[in-house]
Design a protein around this ligand. Structure first.
Ligand code: THU
Length: 157
């Protein structure tokens, strides 16, 4: 058996206008991050079927497991506020304190963690259509046509 999928690597300015806006919203959302423990500020922005965008950031806690990733913050907000709207895409951006201070540092791509992948896959199954995942830095964007690409054999009860 072979599991494979196709994804695209491009410069952010090669994305569509709306996807560029989504990436900017994800980067802006890092300002709402509360990350005093990791100093890793993640922002996520979700594009809904009516063109609206909902964003969120990671929120940490002194009791570490209480913290929530940016992707789930944004996704759960979108699902709570707009339960009838299909989620078309999610963009993810991040910034560390070191990167904020030294602009020449090459940032790592902020791929979603396993828990966020599982959450995205369930949202896809629930709505019956794929969610495009755009993982972005200033230099490049990795575009996955569906969250399910990132989590083969996802758990399903
Ligand atoms: N984080 C996210 O917000 N998204 C991910 O997909 C992975 C990690 C956050 C959690 C924590 O606040 C910080 O990044 C460091 O792990």
């Amino acid at each position: 058996m072979t599991y494979s999928f196709t994804y695209t690597v491009m410069a952010p300015d090669q994305l569509s206008e709306v996807e560029q806006l989504l990436c900017r919203k994800a980067a802006e959302a890092t300002r709402g991050s509360y990350a005093p423990y990791s100093n890793y500020h993640v922002g996520a922005a979700v594009l809904l079927a009516d063109g609206s965008i909902v964003a969120g950031a990671n929120q940490e806690n002194a009791s570490y497991p209480c913290g929530t990733c940016a992707e789930r913050t944004a996704l759960h907000y979108a699902q709570s506020a707009h339960p009838t709207l299909t989620i078309e895409a999610i963009a993810i951006a991040a910034e560390t304190e070191a990167e904020a201070q030294a602009s020449d540092a090459a940032p790592a791509l902020p791929y979603p963690c396993g828990m966020c992948r599982q959450t995205l896959v369930e949202a896809e199954r629930h709505q019956g259509t794929p969610i495009k995942v755009i993982v972005t830095t200033q230099e490049q964007a990795h575009v996955f046509p569906s969250a399910s690409c990132l989590l083969p054999f996802a758990f399903d009860a």
